[in-house]
Design a protein around this ligand. Sequence first.
Ligand SMILES: Cc1ncc(COP(=O)(O)O)c(C=O)c1O
Length: 432
Amino acid sequence: MSVKSKQMIRDSMDYVWHPYSRMNSCNEYNLIAIESGYKSWLRSVDGDQYFDAISSWWVNLFGHNNPFIKKSVMRQLDKIEHVMLSGMTHQPVISLSKKLVHLTNLDHCFFSSDGSSSVEIALKISFHFWRNKGLKKTKFAMLENSYHGETIGAMSVTDIDIFSKNYHSLLNKNIILPNPSPKSYESEKQLKEFALESFKKAEVILNKHHKIIAGLIIEPILQCASGMNYYHPIYLKKLRALCSKLNIIFIADEIAVGFGRTGKMFACQHANIKPDIMCLSKGLSGGYLPLAATIVSKKIYHEFLNPDIEKNFLHSHSFAGNPLACSAAIATLDYFNKKLNIDKINEKSKLFNQIMMKLTKYNIRNFFNIGMIWRFDLPESQEPMGFESLAREEGLLIRPIGKCVYIMPPYTSTLSDIKFVVRVLEKIFKRL
Ligand SMILES: Cc1ncc(COP(=O)(O)O)c(C=O)c1O
């Protein structure tokens, strides 16, 4: 490691409180000083190349240093960097909102800067919607093992202890529905049966408590942060219908699964459903700038058009609808139209899967692919952090979730990139 790299890492440890990091054991072996990025690759200060198999925490869609997105942001930089969105407007936020409303078939976009805030906003809007109608609905329903972010409200609909356990006494106690993803399954039929059984259990719970439930939040078809756990779309379809029947606002958290990750523009499309509220972030700006949107239906929006100030939604964030972030998002959506559409991404995914399938001959469990996401479980005996370090030494950036190793590369990755990923993983499997 060069002197420069060592110094950067030491300075970072001295001054930066890194996210999701155990700072007491943070050291020069688990920080990499990055200098630049190009397509699916990151380049360290020392000139080492790393394949970004996690799309930089799932935000990057079309590669690092993408000239098309960069150009759009640069053009906007020459006009204005930021303007507040309360009492003012600007073309990038208008153009982006039009595109998002068109894509989601919803009605109005509320902007913020990260996924957790977009969830927080969805929860507040849902609660406030019923309050405006004179109803006291103070609870939310969520899935077992759900993850929806790390602010107080978002944590209260997150069911993963490592994120929320310490803060339990601060959180609204919400209603957890049994997980519709089986631990393992042998056929589509089994997967569907499990989903239907889970739905029956959810139905009992929701029928019992619906009067106090403002909204239900769900990651459509794939629970990412708990280990890329897939469930059958029939569950989503039935749950959506039940929420309409019971007056529960249906919130789709598409923060991780949206924008083509699962082979459809939005994962809700696998079940052919439309939510009342959709949360978007991560890929929304192509991974360029912090941006999130909470998009609501006409029925919800109209509930807040009221002369009584208490019935208006007076939430705000300073950087809401930042023009630079919106310009990155517009270019990202244009990229889907002009350069790499969902069909082309799916063709690539099929091709990549043929290569990835080579991994199934090793000692792994529950290999699964959907769209541009691959996952498998390491054998019980394999310690995930050790596995991650071995991959890093070979130039492959992964971040296992427990025993689950997943590959979620930028869509612009090439066949030779994926061959590289498989070569590295095979090399490690052979060594173990
Ligand atoms: C499904 C889901 N919801 C919400 C969030 C929170 O987003 P952010 O990290 O931008 O706050 C994440 C982040 O990983 C996520 O995967």
